[in-house]
Design a protein around this ligand. Structure first.
Ligand code: AMP
Length: 281
């Protein structure tokens, strides 16, 4: 496993891989790796010839009052976790490598970026889309592996790939969860033991939605109410939003009959903001 910090070096390398007709699998991450990230890497390993993982805490996707400076960073451990998985290259750029002085070009996926997470985190998806276009241009991946955990991100990135005719395929893999249902996240490290207990409330609310739906409920408002009650019963939890939307356009839905919907929510547990989602049916 080789680490690369220089983007020209990475570009030269991926040009060679293309010349050799190797398929490239790419897993972009912000590090503080957990089993969710590793599941993406394992699938990339199975589906492509050469696996490239990036670890980059992307400053442009954090708002001014968000957790950029305290976001967990644990590079030695991350590399130890990746080594046994047969990853060929790990790209570890500095912020200056990605955004050199004078950098001025940003990518905005209009219409999708302002909804859900984007409403609570203005500019977040502009940062995500911009860094991913840069990384895709450097890595030139045949396939990019991303998690359903960040459901809206997958919708935004797929749209960007279509609109900009980027020659890559976005593969979305299911959310890896702890035994009690909590979606794995680098931010779970922020939780105190009682908060960690309380954090299962996101999964419990989604389970409530799933069981209502399984029992035939198709009124989005009734499902949202039921989820809200689960959240309200958890004293540590403060609801940011529950959204019941079309899974591709992210347009709000009221009657769910015959539709595929994305049910997503964001909840603050203490100071830590967590997100989760399910797609139904
Ligand atoms: P992050 O490091 O949080 O930017 O995440 C990097 C990639 O890992 C993204 O595609 C995430 O959706 C994915 N990911 C994060 N958590 C999980 C999880 N619990 N299960 C599956 N994929 C995940």
């Amino acid at each position: 496993m080789q680490t690369i910090t220089d983007s020209s070096e990475l570009q030269a390398l991926t040009a060679t891989l293309h010349a050799e007709k190797k398929t490239i699998g790419f897993v972009p991450t912000m590090g503080a790796l957990h089993e969710g990230h590793l599941s993406l890497v394992r699938t990339a390993r199975k589906q492509t010839d050469v696996v490239i993982v990036s670890i980059f805490v992307n400053p442009t996707q954090f708002g001014p009052h968000e957790d950029l400076s305290r976001y967990p960073r644990d590079l030695d451990r991350d590399l130890e976790l990746l080594r046994p998985l047969g990853v060929e290259y790990v790209f570890l750029p500095t912020p200056d490598e990605i955004y050199p002085t004078g950098f001025a070009t940003y990518v905005t996926v209009e219409g999708l970026s302002e909804k859900l997470e984007g409403a609570s985190r203005p500019g977040h998806f502009r940062g995500v889309a911009t860094v991913l276009v840069i990384l895709f241009n450097l890595v030139r991946p045949h396939k990019v592996f991303m998690g359903q955990k960040d459901g809206q991100q997958t919708v935004v990135v797929k749209k960007m790939v279509r609109d900009l005719r980027l020659p890559t395929e976005i593969i979305v893999l299911s959310t890896t969860r702890e035994a009690d249902g909590l979606a794995m996240s680098s931010r779970n490290r922020y939780l105190s033991p009682p908060e960690r207990q309380a954090a299962t409330v996101l999964f419990r609310a989604l389970q409530q939605a799933q069981s209502r739906f399984a029992n035939g409920e198709r009124d989005a408002e009734a499902i949202r109410q039921a989820m809200q009650e689960v959240i309200a019963a958890e004293p540590e939890a403060q609801l940011d939003y529950i959204a019941i939307t079309d899974d591709k356009t992210l347009a709000p839905q009221s009657d769910l009959a015959g539709k595929t919907v994305l049910i997503s929510l964001a909840v603050k547990i203490g100071k830590t903001r967590l997100i989760d989602n399910v797609v139904l049916p």
